[in-house]
Design a protein around this ligand. Structure first.
Ligand code: NOJ
Ligand code: CA
Length: 700
């Protein structure tokens, strides 16, 4: 510990009083937090940003199954304040150094009535918001307990604009709605969705987090959680009249919320606030609230780009399954191939060649293993064993070929919701990856979680995802989890948990009405607040890619390039087919060049639902990359290049929307220009409706 930090702690300790009267406060810069016990013994907190209220006095508490929870009268037995200011380095990420600077207030409470159980509430106040959590100390009166409900509230002072998706127990793969809090009603979305994920959202006024809010007084507020471990996801019930949000925990299969054993704690509830939208995206509050890496050695964790035998199945050009049915066999008793199986050795080699040619690190292959004939909708336990390839996928030959080309294979483990079955096969599955040299796995949980009907976002599955990350780490494998609970910064603790889906990715353009142009301008303020997403950008053939010819990706081609910068993931796919990239190799150069690990990030301009421009500095190199995107409106975006090293000249390569570009009518029009720039230059980017621009800056 630094000497100065020790002195600070000492001073803070002296401030602590055994019987401090409430309110108790903590503050950092403009953000202040106040805790109070009401006359009835009920605890509450409030948050302000300067003079502006962010959260008005709001209830804290928990209901237990034994009726002896923390919903009754409590007394204050003590409190402490301490200041922490430290800097740490993530294994990979958007910046090289992260400052963790906060003032912490710990409040010790005790039930007035017997059995006099003790509860701590810990608040951390940062310059850009507040995190707080409940801690259950080790104590005689509390062993195993069941949380029935969490009473945490966020009483908002006004009817803010909200960017929300339904609070669904099983999926986050929805389009965002922008509405006032008073208009939140998710029933239409939940009913009309026809997609593959399960949908359970019994409360029409419940929304998922991260919830992005914009107040009429100019404040931007983001509510989410950090370090969601051994506890269900928190959703929020919106009281439409009072704009009061109440925590609503995703239940387990029998309706309770969490099984805990003291000592224990809940995840951190987070409120990020600023008068600038760009600050919300730059916030590191959620990562800071997570525990440091549990992995001692992380050298083996390598960010990478990859292509995959994937989009061709999504658009119906080929199939995951090998045969139509498991019941019809040929004379020799073998499955009868359909001839449409994507994951065949020859096709896979085509992707390996493309990856090698364009210096992409990996190739993902889906549908390589047996089980896809009846994987979906059958709720069977043992559909997949994760190690048996189809007869036309020669795993040894493919691994050898990839190795000879300097490319790594990425494993796919679809569980079809059979999470228990997957746990039984975990060790074998990861040994298989080690044997054949797969450094990463994409997992999936399509459909209902079987056997017991746990929810994707409940406590049991949250623990499952952590178990998978831990098992993968043991085998030095990185994970990208699809249909998982939405992230809460756990990649700090498990840096091999490099990405999750847990949101509506580009794939919805393949099999549904797709996502409108504003979607990617909302995602960074919502889904990405918790961590990287495997969004699968990079679709170049934006129309006529599927049999009906009716669907279209609702962006321009240049915007697909910009997504590599504005949507961060250390595992980033180039999602389209090699033949479609070969048509536009000049534009593909940006995907080839763009890094997936960064030393620095500047959010240049942002407004949720409208536009976003981000600049990032490559890891260990003086190269910068910029992405700029807009919604359905055309826009001019000026960009001051003051992030470049002063006095240096850079070659800027600008991949912009072409003349007449328009996501609907003319999405593929792009133009590539080069220009010499310095830190004193300003670029003006012209973004088409649904368009974007991507720029690389290389020193001359
Ligand atoms: C849903 C995933 O999001 C998608 O990427 C995958 O191809 C399918 N499940 C099949 O596992
Ligand atoms: Ca999905």
């Amino acid at each position: 510990m630094h000497k100065s930090l020790f002195v600070l702690l000492l001073a803070a300790g002296l401030r602590a009083a055994a019987q401090s009267p409430t309110p108790l406060t903590a503050r950092l810069d403009k953000v202040s937090l106040s805790f109070a016990l009401g006359a009835n013994g009920q605890p509450s907190y409030s948050i302000a940003y300067g003079q502006k209220p962010v959260v008005q006095p709001s209830r804290l508490g928990l209901v237990f199954q034994d009726n002896q929870g923390f919903d009754g009268a409590l007394t204050l037995t003590g409190s402490e304040v301490k200041d922490v200011d430290e800097t740490w380095q993530p294994v990979w990420g958007e910046v090289k150094n992260i400052r963790n600077h906060y003032q912490q207030l710990t409040v010790h409470l005790r039930q007035k009535a017997a059995p006099g159980r003790r509860l701590d509430v810990v608040f951390r106040v940062f310059a850009d918001g507040v995190g707080f959590r409940y801690e259950f100390p080790r104590q005689q009166a509390l062993g195993n307990f069941v949380v029935l409900d969490e009473l945490t509230e966020f009483a908002l002072p006004a009817d803010h604009q909200a960017f929300w998706i339904p609070g669904d127990y099983d999926t986050n793969e929805y389009l965002y709605t922008k509405s006032r809090l008073s208009a939140v009603d998710n029933s239409a979305q939940v009913k009309s969705s026809t997609e593959i994920a399960v949908r359970v959202a019994p409360d029409a006024q419940a929304v998922a987090t991260p919830l992005m809010l914009k107040a009429d007084n100019g404040l931007y507020i983001n509510i989410h959680e950090a370090a969601q471990v051994n506890y269900p996801a928190m959703q929020l019930h919106v009281d439409r009249a009072s704009h009061r949000l109440t925590a609503r925990l995703v239940p387990d299969a029998v309706g309770s919320k969490a099984f805990l054993h003291a000592p224990a704690n809940t995840p951190w509830r987070t409120v990020i606030v600023s008068d600038k939208a760009t600050d919300i995206l730059a916030s590191k509050l959620i990562l800071n609230l997570n525990e440091p890496s549990k992995l001692a050695n992380t050298d083996w964790i390598k960010p990478m780009k990859f292509v995959g035998v994937w989009w061709e199945m999504q658009i119906g050009k080929s199939d995951w399954k090998y045969a139509n049915s498991l019941d019809t066999l040929d004379a020799k008793g073998q499955l009868i191939p359909t001839g449409r199986h994507g994951a065949n050795t020859q096709n896979v080699k085509r992707y390996i060649d493309f990856a090698a040619q364009h210096h992409l690190g990996g190739v993902l292959v889906e549908g390589w293993n047996t089980g896809w004939e009846d994987w979906f909708g059958n709720w069977k336990e043992n559909v997949f064993d994760f190690v048996t390839p189809y007869p036309d996928f020669n795993v040894q030959e493919i691994s050898d070929y990839a190795k000879s080309k300097g490319v790594q294979m990425i494993m796919h483990n679809e569980t079809s919701g059979a999470a228990t079955n997957y746990e039984q096969h975990l060790d074998t599955a990861y040994q298989f990856m080690n044997k054949y040299g797969y450094p990463a796995v994409k997992t999936g949980y399509v459909g209902r979680i079987i056997p017991r009907g746990e929810h994707h976002d409940g406590q049991w599955m949250s623990n499952h995802f952590v178990r998978v990350a831990e098992m993968a780490a043991k085998h030095h494998v990185a994970v990208d989890m699809h249909e998982s609970v939405r992230p809460t910064g756990l990649s700090r603790t498990y840096p091999n948990w490099m990405a999750s889906e847990a949101g509506r990715g580009n794939e919805y353009n393949a099999f549904s009405i797709g996502s409108p142009p504003e979607h990617e301008t909302i995602m960074p303020f919502t889904r990405f607040m918790g961590g990287p997403m495997d969004y699968t950008p990079g679709i170049f053939k934006l129309q006529n890619y599927e049999p009906t010819g009716k669907r279209q990706v609702q962006t321009t081609l240049a915007k697909q390039l910009a997504l590599y910068v504005v949507l961060y993931s250390p595992l980033q796919m180039a999602a389209d087919l090699p033949e479609n990239y070969n048509e536009h190799l000049d534009a593909f150069q940006f995907i080839e060049d763009v890094p997936v690990d960064w030393d620095d990030t500047r959010i240049v301009a942002a407004e949720p639902g409208d536009y976003l421009t981000t600049a990032r500095k490559a890891k260990g190199k003086d190269e910068w990359y910029l992405g700029s995107i807009t919604d359905e409106n055309a826009r001019q975006q000026p960009v001051k290049l003051d992030f470049l090293t002063p006095g240096r000249r850079y070659q800027a390569t600008i991949y912009a929307d072409g003349k007449g570009a328009d996501w609907q009518k003319n999405p593929a029009a792009y133009q590539i220009t080069k220009q010499v720039v310095t830190s004193k230059s300003t670029l003006t980017l012209r973004l088409a409706p649904g368009g974007g621009a991507a720029v690389s800056f290389k020193p001359l």
